[in-house]
Design a protein around this ligand. Structure first.
Ligand code: COA
Length: 373
């Protein structure tokens, strides 16, 4: 059987970032304006006034301090409260494809891989820019890759599901080199007027090159085992879709953006993921203390602390479970890949680690890896 490995990763980070203080300032200005506009209803008791957001709450509840975004101007404008991303004509590369290409180029460069030698492109992300043609096919074209591409969406778990899919292609012989990309413009689906969640997300793109071991560069990552799980839940949901225009009340309602029951997500997903990691460790005959590092999905620092401590039986050190959400926020499927990309250069041959994702669906994925050479 052909053995799949991870040859390289790539990361593209937007140039603009928004701090908690900037985000809270625009939210509070928007809330004051909303309250003034609805003063009569608030006075009559038919509407609740909007309450201010706070920097302290955001950092304590989530661990997020800042986030990178494709466009800051619209987000910090209390009259807009959404990113300003102009539509492009069909003969220009789309924004989502462009950022994926940026991350992909880095992964290809790091692996010393010519795009002509890539067989397949998987675009695995929470939000695709359009129905069709598939983003993956546009990315394939922009990079000059022969072969095939398609999109897959498993929300925050898209990357681990994409890695397993790419690895299965390599194992079966249907591709020898698979480029898996995660362009996430999460600011586009975030309701910046929702106090409970306006701080959660950021934008980024990541890429992972999965290849047959015999063509991979000497410095690569063995894939020790992958495991995927889904379990239906409405606690994280986004109802945006092409059928919205058919509803008699039209589009634009708040549930067409990201909505969640954050507390329930926290309570239900932590045990599900910890159980899955522990079962996978057993199946692969690995011991938690032998894991050099865990690159966990980056949604909430407290959630990661709890998952890591359930797996290790003690608090993980920042070196064992690195955090990137303080500067990137939640970047959906890309989070664990950013952590892996930024915090793996110091690992040596034989070091083992875990890439782990979890999120809407619910969905969860584990990819155990070992540094080769
Ligand atoms: N600023 C100030 N206070 C805020 C606030 C804000 N922006 N948002 C909420 N609060 C208040 C609430 O009103 C509430 O006040 P109350 O106790 O007086 O009612 C209090 O803070 C606690 O709110 P709660 O929503 O229960 O916070 P939390 O501690 O559960 O943290 C999350 C919220 C979203 C950070 C947390 O639940 C979480 O991370 N959940 C998992 C999210 C996740 O992983 N989602 C996956 C997405 S892909």
């Amino acid at each position: 059987m052909i053995t799949p490995v991870i040859s390289a990763t790539g990361l593209w980070t937007p140039a603009q970032s928004v701090s908690n203080a900037e985000l809270v300032e625009s939210f509070n200005a928007w809330a004051d304006k909303w309250n003034a506009e609805h003063a009569a209803e608030i006075e009559a008791g038919t509407l609740e006034p909007k309450t201010h957001s706070s920097v302290e709450f955001i950092e304590k509840a989530s661990g997020i301090k800042s986030r990178f975004v494709v466009d800051k101007t619209g987000i910090v404008d209390p009259d807009m409260m959404r990113p300003n991303i102009p539509e492009r004509p069909n003969d220009q590369i789309s924004v989502l494809a462009e950022i994926a290409v940026n991350a992909a180029r880095e992964a290809l460069d790091r692996a010393g891989r010519d795009p002509k030698d890539v067989d397949a492109v998987l675009c695995a992300a929470s939000n695709m820019q359009r129905g069709y043609p598939a983003m993956a096919v546009e990315i394939q074209d922009a990079l000059g890759i022969d072969g095939f591409g398609f999109d897959m969406n498993v929300a925050c778990s898209s990357a681990t599901f994409g890695i397993q899919t790419g690895a299965d292609f390599v194992r079966s012989g249907s591709a020898r080199s698979v480029l898996m990309v995660n362009p996430e413009i999460c600011s586009g689906h975030l309701n910046f007027t929702d106090r409970d969640s306006h701080f959660i997300f950021g934008d980024v793109a990541t890429a992972v090159l999965i290849e047959a071991e015999d063509i991979a560069p000497a410095e690569h990552w063995k894939i020790l085992g992958t495991h995927l799980k889904t379990q239906f839940s409405n606690n994280i949901r986004n109802n945006f879709g092409f059928l919205n225009r058919c509803a008699p009340d039209g589009i634009g309602a708040e549930d067409k953006l990201f909505v969640q029951e954050g507390r329930k997500v926290f309570k239900e997903v932590v045990p599900m993921v910890a159980k899955m990691i522990i079962a996978e460790l057993e199946r692969l005959e690995l011991e938690a203390p032998n894991l050099r590092r865990m690159w966990l999905h980056q949604a909430n620092a407290n959630m990661n602390r709890l998952i890591a401590s359930k797996v290790l039986g003690r608090e993980a050190t920042p070196d064992e479970s690195p955090t990137v959400l303080d500067t990137y926020a939640n970047t959906s499927s890309a989070g664990s890949i950013i952590a892996f990309h930024k915090h793996s250069d110091d690992m040596v041959a034989g070091d083992k680690g875990l890439i782990c994702s979890f999120g809407a669906g619910y969905s969860a994925g584990t990819v155990f890896v070992e540094k080769a050479a």
